[in-house]
Design a protein around this ligand. Structure first.
Ligand SMILES: NC(=O)c1ccc[n+]([C@@H]2O[C@H](COP(=O)([O-])OP(=O)(O)OC[C@H]3O[C@@H](n4cnc5c(N)ncnc54)[C@H](OP(=O)(O)O)[C@@H]3O)[C@@H](O)[C@H]2O)c1
Length: 342
């Protein structure tokens, strides 16, 4: 086999550079009995990759391979592997050790593209239990969009949110998580309002089925039009990817007995700029969401095998232009996902 091309984070004075750091490819003969050798074909970026790269959360990732999300083909399997065969298309789970059931803090100690090497490399070796077969007929680029953004949106709305047909959903912005949330919500029969800084992106969201769009730059108090649109009831679910700077508007947008899925930190990691008491007064469910388990991923794949959903890939970069892909992520010009092909 050829060398294994890899990008790694290399510490600089304030954050990290992306550095090319090829290594010898892993050999199939070195596989442990339960391991699979995967040839990575595509990787997708998440805002989290920017957080690590720009050192926004103070986490040490020096020397780690970036990116939790990738898809590829099984090249070889260890002697005891029973779930996969060579040639099968797979994606790795964001938390390789969270199979099902309750979250455990130990799973966070083993996250891809964080404490564990991520997918921005030609070859990776995984325990077979860390892998999921991707939806039928999906390209590697499409499948690479799933492990973090799509699983998070799925868990937020379906498993934790218990979204029902006829309910309403508000998604914030038009990044990876939010656009998957929009697509799932529409397939599940919900009405969706999208906020964005861009009218052009709102139009793109409408073409994907969004029922209403609000430009949050032009209308900083966007909860007011959300309230009017929902006929004075509020929305049943808010996909809260903004964090401290958007929570007040999300709380003003949510219906009595509604649900806020607290997912993101696009406005930072600080405390919310508002009083949380309205959550009590409205009997709101506030769910902290941290991606999901393999069981969640597999449930989502079953849904995707039965329902037509095309992941929104804004732009694809070749492997050697990975730093340009990170710059593009940072520009926030994208709608949906950014992919790097190997
Ligand atoms: N807890 C978890 O498990 C989990 C999983 C995945 C992601 N996340 C977090 O969720 C957030 C979104 O991740 P992502 O990968 O989907 O991001 P992304 O693809 O980079 O999305 C960026 C988009 O977010 C929108 N945005 C930025 N600031 C905003 C604001 N103040 N109000 C509303 N929208 C805003 C912008 O959309 P417009 O251009 O349309 O304005 C921007 O283009 C991040 O904070 C990420 O860390 C958490």
């Amino acid at each position: 086999m050829n060398d294994c091309r890899r990008w790694i984070y290399r510490k600089n004075s304030t954050s990290y550079d992306l550095v090319s750091d090829p290594r010898p490819a892993p050999s199939p003969t070195d596989l442990k009995p339960n391991e699979c050798l995967v040839a990575v074909r595509a990787v997708s970026l998440n805002y989290r990759d920017r957080i690590q790269w720009r050192n926004l959360a103070g986490r040490n990732v020096d020397g780690a391979v970036p990116a939790s999300d990738g898809a590829g083909e099984i090249l070889a399997v260890g002697s005891a592997v029973s779930r996969f065969e060579p040639g099968e298309p797979v994606a790795a789970c964001f938390f390789p050790t969270w199979r099902s059931g309750r979250f455990d803090l130990r799973f966070h100690q083993a996250d891809l593209g964080g404490n564990l090497d991520g997918m921005l490399r030609d070859y990776a070796v995984f325990d077979e239990n860390a892998l999921v077969r991707v939806p039928d007929g999906w390209s590697f680029a499409q499948a690479a969009t799933l492990p973090c953004a799509a699983v998070t949106a799925w868990v937020a709305l379906v498993r934790r949110g218990n979204l029902q047909a006829g309910q309403s959903v508000c998604v914030l912005g038009t990044g990876g998580v939010s656009i998957f949330a929009l697509q799932f919500a529409k397939l599940l029969g919900a009405k969706v309002v999208v906020t964005s800084s861009s009218d052009a992106k709102l139009e793109q969201a409408r073409q994907l089925g969004a029922d209403y769009g609000i430009n949050y730059r032009e209308t900083p108090e966007w909860s007011k039009p959300v309230w009017a649109w929902s006929e004075g009831r509020g929305v049943d679910h808010v996909v809260e990817v903004g964090g401290p700077g958007t929570l007040e508007q999300s709380m003003k947008s949510v219906a009595a007995d509604g649900h806020i899925a607290l997912i993101g930190v696009l406005t930072g990691f600080g405390p919310p700029t508002t009083n949380l008491f309205p959550l009590v007064a409205r009997n709101v469910r506030l769910n902290g969401i941290y991606v999901g388990s393999r069981e969640d991923f597999e449930a989502m794949v079953r849904f995707l095998n039965l329902n037509r959903l095309t992941p929104q890939i804004d732009r694809t970069f070749p492997f050697d232009q990975a730093p340009a892909a990170f710059e593009y992520l940072e520009s926030a010009c994208h709608f949906g996902k950014i992919v790097i092909e190997l």
